[in-house]
Design a protein around this ligand. Structure first.
Ligand SMILES: [Zn+2]
Length: 461
């Protein structure tokens, strides 16, 4: 019955996905009634209007988010999606904001991340209701509006609205992600005033805390003989495979341009940090005072390590593996050096424990932990009702193994209690999320619709 309902709604589902994708809902400056900009508000209005046309109770949550609801009962389960998108970027072979069904695909920014899955969930709920399945729990399809730029939408929702007893977000991949490591960004600082005959005048590296730096640069100034010596040491330096340094003359003295290999900060061991390489090289130079002390401390506490061993924060568990550390960015300002550590810690650990051990190690070497932001880990037991039900549905519909995944990154599931990531991308599937020519196939849309409809039936029981 649900299948025939889904077939019935297929043309409308595809055309409403195209309509939504054609709204360029990239975050813009806040306006009245549009905290994430007008286009995001327009995408929210479209989803709420569509929900009402489908006969759902639809609510705008203070212009920050929205939801459609069906079913009865004191408890509520949720499907969490988002309607904001990242900018189109370069390299598209067609207009990223003029979606249409082309053969067996729809192309457009947001069609897979995450407007398509969000609206597919809405129609899956409609099919369940129209097929006459009794829902003893209310089911909410949540429309997030700020996932790509900090998830302030759900931070607000969690403060003012009812929380689900269970649910999933189709904003990552199948089968089911039941463990996501915790994350800390630690902002560190140390005195770095130039002194002596050779000094670092400029230091900069990395682009973001969550990326292994592939570039770092330093500018050295000093007496001619010490600059000569520095140049000799720099030219003789060799680091890990994949790294290289370019040494060149500059009006101020000597420029060192370090290259490493980029990687995601959740797997820093797959990259080569240009910051670690440059710190290693600078630590070998005849610097003096605070600058010499800093590189000595950096070498003793971090060096090339990505497991936090010398910082005394190394730990691991059987569920999610080992803690990782990435030195995301470094800069020198006003006689101080500032760097950011991006730390991913196992699901059985808590942020405050990691932070207190980290603070102790850093301060013992003259480095201050100036500020931090963190997310606690996410872990939902394999024995829980939510995981057992999602596994059952996934196996029944796809005949694929419903393996549970543990990841070092974070998904939208972390923005709300009792939610795990479930879909929409299948194992081994080619996808272009955040890239040019993002697309979703009509077959995958309909397969997702079936999975979601059955997940809604199971969770709504
Ligand atoms: Zn997304």
């Amino acid at each position: 019955m649900v299948l025939s309902q889904l077939q019935h709604f297929k043309p409308q589902l595809l055309s409403e996905i195209c309509r939504s994708v054609s709204i360029p809902s990239v975050q813009e400056e806040a306006r009245d009634g549009a905290p994430f900009g007008r286009p995001v508000r327009e995408a929210l209005d479209h989803a709420l209007d569509l929900s009402r046309r489908l006969g759902f109770h639809a609510v705008n949550v203070d212009d920050m988010a929205g939801y459609a609801e069906a079913g009865e009962g004191p408890e509520m389960v949720a499907v969490l999606g988002h309607l904001d998108v990242v900018p189109a970027g370069e390299g598209w072979s067609r207009d990223p904001f003029r979606a249409a069904v082309e053969g067996d695909r729809i192309y457009g920014r947001g069609v897979l991340d995450d407007k398509g899955p969000t609206l597919t969930a809405l129609f899956a709920l409609k099919a369940v209701v129209d097929a006459g399945w009794p829902l003893k729990r209310r089911v909410r399809i949540l429309f997030g509006c700020n996932e790509e730029s900090g998830s302030r939408c759900m931070a607000h929702y969690v403060k003012v609205e009812e929380l689900p007893v269970a649910g999933f977000t189709p904003d990552a991949s199948y089968p089911i992600i039941n463990a996501e490591k915790g994350m800390i960004n630690a902002f560190c600082e140390a005195p770095f005033a130039p002194s002596g005959g050779l000094s670092v005048l400029f230091l900069s590296g990395g682009t973001a805390p969550n990326v292994v730096a592939s570039r770092a640069e330093a500018l050295l100034g000093g007496t001619p003989d010490l600059l000569d010596l520095a140049e000799k040491i720099a030219r003789a330096w060799s680091g890990p495979e994949g790294s290289s340094v370019a040494v060149s003359a500059a009006p101020e003295g000597l420029r060192l341009s370090m290259k490493g290999l980029p990687a995601h900060a959740s797997t820093p061991e797959k990259g080569v940090s240009a910051i670690a390489c440059l710190a290693d090289l600078l630590g070998r130079l005849p610097l003096a005072g605070e600058q010499a002390a800093f590189f000595e401390a950096f070498g003793a506490l971090i060096a090339y390590e990505t497991d936090g061993r010398s910082l005394a924060i190394a730990r691991s568990d059987a569920i999610s593996g080992a803690l990782t550390v990435n030195v995301g960015t470094v800069a020198v300002e006003e006689g101080r050096t500032r760097f950011v550590l991006n730390i991913r810690f196992p699901v059985t650990e808590r942020a405050d424990k990691v932070l207190s051990a980290l603070r102790l190690s850093l301060t013992s070497r003259g480095i201050s932990l100036v500020s931090e932001s963190h997310q606690e880990p996410l872990y939902v037991s394999p024995e829980s009702e939510l995981i057992r039900k999602l596994q059952k549905v996934y196996l029944e519909i796809t005949h694929l193994e419903p393996t549970l995944l543990a990841i070092g990154g974070g998904t939208y599931a972390k923005s709300m209690p009792n939610i795990v990531a479930f879909g929409p991308v299948f194992p081994g599937q080619d996808y272009k999320i955040h890239e040019a020519d993002e697309y979703w196939t009509v077959d995958d849309i309909m397969l997702n619709a079936r999975i979601m409809a059955h997940a809604i039936i199971e969770l709504g029981r």
